[in-house]
Design a protein around this ligand. Structure first.
Ligand code: BG6
Length: 484
C-alpha cells in the first residue's frame, strides 16, 4: 500500500515561542518530517520568533539539536537536514514590547500562506495578536494556531476568544487539540461513518457502556508548576477525552467538513448531564517502589490537585439515554495505553446453556500504542464435547494491515500543521465548542473545591485509586485492565 503525500501550498510559518519546549519536541521535528516526505516544499519557510537573542545561524543550531534529540531516528540524513535548515529563520521579538516587530514585518513575503503559531502562554495571545495587527503582519487570509490550555474556566476561555476575535475571524483561528490529529482518532470517524456495520447498533439499545481510558506512565516531573494549577480534569478531560467522547457519541454529520463535524460535536457537549459528586473519583499518586510521589514532583506540599480522575458521564439525548460513558485518565499508571472500549449488550435471549468465558461483544479501539481495533465475539469452542462457547478477539493491528505505509503516518502535530496550511479546520476546536466544554467542566471543579474534597492516594505504577474500581463495580461493571 502506498501512502499519498499531497504537497501543501508554499507558506511562511512564524512560531512564537520558537525556542520553547513544544517547538523543540513536536513542532520543528514534525515539520522536518513533512519536509522529508515532500509535503512541505523548498520555498516554504519557518521563522522562529522569541525573546532569546538568537539569529538565523544560532536558531538553526537549536533546530538541528531538536531534530537530533526528538526527531525520527531513521531520518537523520545530514544533507536533508541542511536543506531543511536553509528554510529556517529567526527574528527576536518582544511579545509585550516594541522590539523586533518591524523586522518581522519586513521578513514576510506575499503570495504564500501566512500562519502564526502561538506556542506561548495564553496571557501573551492578546499582545501578539495586537502587534500582528498593528504592524500589518497578519492579513485577512492569515491563520493563527493556538495551543491548549485554552483558558482554565469558562470566563477565561471567553476572554481569550474575545481577545483573538478583535483581530481575527473564527475561520482564521486554529485551536489545537493534538488528540484530534492522531491517526486512530480520525479512524473513529471512518469506522463509524464509512461502514454500514456499526451505525445501526451504535445506540443505547445495543451498547451497555463505553470506557475511555488515557493512561500515562509519565508523572508531572519538570512541569509541576503548570500541572499543579491544572490537574487531570483541566489538562486532559476538558479537551482530549472530551473530543474522544464527542467522536463516539456524535450524530453522523451531513458531510465531513469543518462546520458539519463541529456542529455535531457541539451538540454532544451541550447534551452532557452535570456530573454528580459520587460519579467522580480523583486521585493523586503516592510514592511506591516505582517512583516518588506527586507532592515531590509538583513541589507543592499539601497540593490537592488530581493526577488521576475517573468520571461517569451521561449524554442526555435520545441516542444515549441509559448508556454511561466511563472516562479515566491519570499519570504514573501501570502502562501507557489509550483506548476506547464499547461494550455491547447481551443477546436478548440465550439459546445456549453453557457459556464459558466472557459473554460480551466488545469493540476496542486502541489509540496508542499498537494502534488498531479488536472486536471480541462469541464462537463455539473448537473440538468435541458439545456446544461450548468462548470469546475470541477479531484483531486488527493497523501496523500489520498497512505494512510499510504505517511508517509514513504523520504524527498528530505534523498533520495538524499541514491542515492549517491547507486551511482545513475540521480537526480544530471551534470557539463555541471550547466554551461549551468549559461550561460542563466548571461546575464539576467548583463542586469539589467547595466540598474541600481531597484526592485519593494511589501507588505510582498502579492502576489508579481503589475507589475508581467501585465507580464501576457498583454498576455491575468493571474497568478493563491497564496493560500493554
Ligand atoms: C498534553 C497534556 O496535552 O497531552 C499532557 O498536557 C499529556 O499532560 C499529553 O501528557 C498526552 O499526550 P499523548 O499524545 O502523549 O497521549
Amino acid at each position: 500500500m502506498v501512502s499519498r503525500v499531497i504537497p501543501v501550498d508554499s507558506f511562511d510559518l512564524v512560531i512564537f515561542g520558537g525556542t520553547g519546549d513544544l517547538a523543540k519536541r513536536k513542532i520543528l521535528p514534525g515539520l522536518y518530517r513533512r519536509f522529508v516526505s515532500g509535503q512541505m516544499n523548498a520555498v516554504s519557510r519557518i521563522i522562529g520568533a522569541a525573546r532569546a537573542d538568537l539569529n538565523d545561524a544560532s536558531f538553526r543550531e537549536t533546530v538541528a539539536g531538536a531534530i537530533a534529540e526528538f526527531g525520527d531516528k531513521s531520518l537523520q540524513d545530514p544533507a536533508k537536514i541542511a536543506e531543511f535548515l536553509a528554510r529556517i529563520h529567526y527574528v527576536p521579538v518582544d511579545a509585550t514590547g516594541t522590539n523586533g516587530w518591524a523586522q518581522l514585518a519586513g521578513h514576510m513575503r506575499g503570495g504564500v500562506v501566512r500562519a502564526f503559531y502561538f506556542s506561548v502562554a495564553p496571557n501573551l495571545f492578546g499582545d501578539i495578536a495586537q502587534r500582528l495587527h498593528d504592524h500589518a503582519i497578519a492579513t485577512p487570509t492569515s491563520r493563527i494556531v493556538v495551543e491548549k490550555p485554552f483558558g482554565r474556566d469558562l470566563a477565561s476561555a471567553r476572554a481569550l476568544n474575545a481577545v483573538l476575535a478583535q483581530h481575527f475571524t473564527e475561520d482564521q483561528i486554529y485551536r489545537i487539540d493534538h488528540y484530534l490529529g492522531k491517526e486512530t482518532v480520525q479512524n473513529l470517524m471512518a469506522v463509524r461513518f464509512a461502514n454500514i456495520l456499526f451505525e445501526p447498533i451504535w445506540k443505547a439499545q445495543y451498547i451497555d457502556h463505553v470506557q475511555i481510558t488515557v493512561a500515562e506512565t509519565v508523572g508531572v516531573e519538570g512541569r509541576g508548576a503548570y500541572y499543579d494549577t491544572s490537574g487531570a480534569m483541566r489538562d486532559m478531560v476538558q479537551n482530549h477525552l472530551m473530543q474522544l467522547l464527542c467522536l463516539i457519541a456524535m450524530e453522523p454529520p451531513y458531510h465531513f467538513d469543518p462546520s458539519a463535524v463541529r456542529d455535531e460535536k457541539l451538540k454532544v457537549i451541550r447534551a452532557l448531564r452535570p456530573v454528580l459528586p459520587d460519579e467522580i473519583v480523583r486521585g493523586q499518586y503516592r510514592a511506591s517502589d516505582v517512583d516518588e510521589d506527586y507532592i515531590t514532583h509538583s513541589e507543592n506540599e499539601g497540593s490537592r490537585t488530581e493526577s488521576y480522575i475517573a468520571l461517569k458521564v451521561h449524554v442526555a439525548n435520545w441516542r444515549w439515554q441509559g448508556t454511561p460513558f466511563y472516562l479515566r485518565t491519570g499519570k504514573k499508571l501501570r502502562a501507557r495505553t489509550s483506548e476506547i472500549a464499547i461494550t455491547f449488550k447481551q443477546p436478548p435471549h440465550a439459546i445456549f446453556d453453557d457459556v464459558t468465558g466472557w459473554n460480551e461483544n466488545v469493540l476496542v479501539i486502541r489509540l496508542q500504542p499498537n494502534e488498531g481495533m479488536t472486536l471480541s465475539v462469541m464462537i463455539k469452542e473448537p473440538g468435541p464435547g458439545g456446544m461450548r462457547l468462548m470469546n475470541v478477539p477479531l484483531d486488527m493491528s493497523f501496523a500489520e494491515a498497512l505494512g510499510a505505509a504505517a511508517n509514513d503516518v504523520p504524527e498528530a502535530y505534523e498533520r495538524l500543521i499541514m491542515d492549517v496550511i491547507r486551511g482545513n479546520q475540521t480537526l480544530f476546536m471551534r470557539g463555541d465548542e471550547v466554551e461549551a466544554a468549559w461550561a460542563w467542566t466548571d461546575p464539576i471543579i467548583n463542586g469539589w473545591e467547595a466540598r474541600g474534597d481531597k484526592p485519593k492516594q494511589y501507588d505510582a505504577g498502579s492502576s489508579g485509586p481503589e475507589d475508581a474500581l467501585m465507580l464501576m463495580h457498583r454498576d455491575g461493571r468493571r474497568w478493563r485492565e491497564i496493560s500493554l
